[in-house]
Design a protein around this ligand. Structure first.
Ligand code: F0G
Length: 456
């Protein structure tokens, strides 16, 4: 059969509250045109993030009941630890409440003034944690990764030449090298196994630890299996093990490919660093056998980590995005191609070319998708990255709108509805107006800033 079906039946449903366009126009004004400020009950299809928003399986819910809430030495921790080590063979696994807590710990260990951390592309919380330590993050994704139309199969790859040249000059300031799989900020694009291994080789040649931000490791492994020479017959588990066995540690948000609603971890091999990290964990998150989590969360993740490497699940998961990307592309909507692992990225700067980047074409598109169809998406562009540390504002390299797919949550008719809303936007494209920011906080402004729609 050529139809790739959702490989699950639905046992529990969450009703969606239907709203009218007129109601949504009012809600948008109340939220000052910032979609983060909308109550989720006013959203029809919530594609703001794929983080923690997925559906757990019956087996995961059953595992929740086996959770042991002991402060120390709970069996839930050992089940979780074993599930992690089965895929990522690191010596020490420290559970955290989510990914950014693991990043904060990592940067307490490695960050600091005058330090520089290379990555393919830092995710925003990773960059914020690097910078909060006094260090600076630099991004070396390959040039194809910044070209929405390039069909390169691994657009998340690190540019090895640039990394190498940078290391030759600045290695004394580099405490570690990181790689984000998949490359979320660059469109959910994968990194090849060969590239992961080459980055590891460069790091180790300069005697630097190599850490992977592994949030979407299973989706990345699926693309390696589908696209990388010689990997097609291998199991996802084996590919995942290869990806991590050349690293010295990892940070993880288990809200993505842990198939959990909460959770994360920091894993590493070095005993001394692990001792420091444990002390930090106890101070900030919790005792090392629960970290920032309840025993029941650890058990849900232990099961999630087994389910996420299922090839049928991953094929369906990738197909959802590819389906929407193909349909939008056929309609003439500029989208990042090929489709990424967890989201569809629309090039709003190209589509809404009548709106200046400093009038936030991405935000204009995102708010219109909400007004017309109740879809909540996320601007990844000048609103998110435009404010510079010296206080000036600059257009971001791209103005994208991300429609992130929660895992196992929406069906194909929801995808068809999303496509239909884009058809409506296309009909009134030239009526869309830019916005300006009327109030913003000092950092991470996109979460809370208030907008006003520009008039002609
Ligand atoms: N790294 C990457 C690549 C991420 O995508 C995220 C989260 C994090 C780290 C931080 O993890 O949220 O558990 O603290 N990304 C979410 C998103 C929020 O919407 O893309 P966290």
């Amino acid at each position: 059969m050529k139809t790739i079906i959702e490989p699950f039946r639905i046992k529990a449903v969450e009703p969606i509250q239907l709203t009218t366009q007129a109601e949504r126009r009012g809600y948008l004004t109340e939220a000052r045109h910032n979609l983060f400020l909308l109550p989720s009950s006013r959203v029809l299809i919530d594609l703001l993030t794929d983080s923690g928003t997925g559906a757990m399986s019956a087996a995961q819910w059953a595992a929740v009941m086996t959770g042991d809430e002991s402060y120390a030495g709970a069996p839930s921790f050992f089940r979780f630890e074993q599930a992690v080590k089965n895929l990522m063979p690191f010596k020490h696994v420290l559970p955290t409440h989510q990914g950014r807590a693991a990043e904060a710990m990592l940067m307490s260990l490695f960050g600091g003034l005058d330090k520089i951390v290379p990555n393919n592309t830092h995710f925003d919380t990773t960059r914020a944690n690097v910078e909060a330590s006094g260090a600076r993050g630099v991004d070396f994704v390959i040039a194809e990764g910044l070209d929405a139309n390039s069909l390169h199969p691994f657009k998340g790859n690190m540019d090895l030449e640039r990394l190498e040249a940078f290391m030759a000059e600045h290695h004394a300031h580099v405490p570690l090298i990181m790689l984000t799989i998949t490359n979320n900020a660059g469109g959910g694009q994968p990194v090849s196994l060969a590239n992961i291994q080459a980055v590891s080789e460069i790091a180790h040649r300069y005697k630097k630890p190599f850490f992977i931000d592994g949030c979407r490791f299973a989706e990345n492994a699926h693309f390696i299996k589908m696209r990388e020479h010689g990997q097609g017959r291998r199991s996802i588990e084996d590919i995942v093990r290869d990806c991590f066995s050349c690293a010295d540690g990892m940070t993880m948000s288990a809200k993505k490919d842990g198939l959990g609603n909460i959770g994360g971890w920091l894993a590493l091999n070095d005993d001394e660093l692990a001792e420091d990290a444990r002390a930090l964990l106890i101070r900030t998150e919790g005792f090392p056998t629960y970290g920032g989590l309840a025993g029941r969360d650890l058990d849900a993740l232990a099961v999630g980590l087994k389910e996420v490497v299922d090839e049928n699940y991953l094929a369906y998961r990738a197909r959802t995005n590819a389906y929407i990307v193909e349909r939008l592309d056929a309609m003439g909507v500029p989208v990042v191609k090929p489709a990424g692992g967890h989201a569809v990225f629309v090039d709003a700067r190209a589509w809404l070319s009548h709106i200046d980047p400093l009038a936030y074409p991405g935000q204009a598109l995102a708010t219109t998708l909400y007004e017309l169809g109740g879809i909540r998406s996320c601007e990844i562009g000048t609103v998110m990255f435009g404010r510079q540390s010296d206080g000036t504002e600059q257009a971001a390299p791209m103005d994208l709108v991300r429609l992130a797919m929660p895992r196992r949550t929406y069906t194909q008719s929801h995808a068809d509805y999303v496509i239909e809303v884009f058809e409506e936007v296309a009909k009134r494209l030239l009526d869309l107006k830019g916005l300006r920011i009327v109030k913003e906080p000092r950092m991470l402004r996109h979460f809370t800033c208030a907008f006003e729609v520009l008039t002609d």
